[in-house]
Write a protein that binds this ligand. Sequence first.
Ligand code: KG4
Ligand code: ZN
Length: 407
Amino acid sequence: MNIKLSNFYKTSWTLCKQNNSVRSVVNYQRKVLGIETSCDDTGAAIVDENGKILGEALVSQKEVHLKTGGIIPSVAQQLHKDNIDRVVNEAILSSGISLHDVSAIATTVKPGLALSLGVGLSYSLNLVKRYNKPFIPIHHMEAHALTVRLLHQVEFPFLVLLISGGHCLLSVANGISDFLLLGQSLDESPGEALDKVARRLSLLKHPECSSMSGGQSIEHLAHFGDKRFIKHSPPMAHYQDCNFSFSGLRNYYDRLIQKMEVKEGIQKGELLSCAADIAASCQHSVAHHLVKRTQRAILFCKQEKLLGATKASLVVSGGVACNEYIRKILKNLTDEMDMSLLCPPPHFCTDNGVMIAWNGIEKLRTGAGVLENTDDICYEPRALFGTDISQQVRKAAIKLPSLKNMK
Ligand code: KG4
Ligand code: ZN
């Protein structure tokens, strides 16, 4: 019998061989191993074409970096080196398959910390060589943007807001590797601002927040505080575009904390009695800024007919998208604008190997960006995201009507 396997990238059928004889033809779901090391999480996962997560492992460096008050790249690099083999093997073991059975290896190559990206890339290229597999380089932010398609049936185009410790991006997702960038942060990311305010408030000393990231501790304390304690109007209100700025807002809270320390007669590093109120107010300010820029993005997309005829979706992802308060006020926005809000569960909003493996599957399906030759591949700490149309957004100069549920 002369049965040839059809084109590697297009087939979803293969032959099951035993003792060198063809036994049966079985439906075969292609599988991808995904590896993530762009920042401070070492993640790996195996996902199949149906979006089934066969195996997964993740080691977070959060506790180490919390102690040093931020990520020290060389420390992150060493921890990735220490953990990557264990994480990848655990993902493979829990999947019950062997590396011989995966169709490709996908790895984050941009953007991120150079030293961290380097560990994942060189480890992956070794596997690629040893197992003779195609390689799929992954853009970390594109992977965040498309994770939602593993969980929900979301068709292109959709609007996506990515809010993390390193980024703040608003874009239209038109396809697997096709994004229109409407706006981005001109300075800090919302996660960075929340982390710095939490650090300035010394929240690690708070008994309930000692193992939480800055953003998590701000959210936790905000439950007990009054967001009207102090009002900060949304940044960049006079710029009729979709860009963000968080550094002025963060400086404002820095100065406020200093003032309150003097008022309460305490030293920097001690806990303020009004810490919960400051957390609630700061969280509200970040949320308010995110909502106003997203409101303009929605109006722009409607005006330019960028989101199709049926009820459009706003997808929100990245670590800061774990925040329930931010989700709630974005939900108010989408309800008011007749859109659906989709947020992956927290485990899929923060960095993980599943999102990389899934992005690999999406690319494998189209065949684009799947490399047989990895001679020229290198990591890129800084990388563009999509086609930048932020000038067009600014030119449109869309004024924002006030929102019912946003005070
Ligand atoms: O996406 P991510 O895991 O890593 C990258 O930056 O790529 O995001 C981490 C950021 C940190 O700044 C962290 O403080 C923030 O996400 N974060 C939160 C929450 N959980 C994590 N921010 C606000 N509320 C949360 N619940
Ligand atoms: Zn991320």
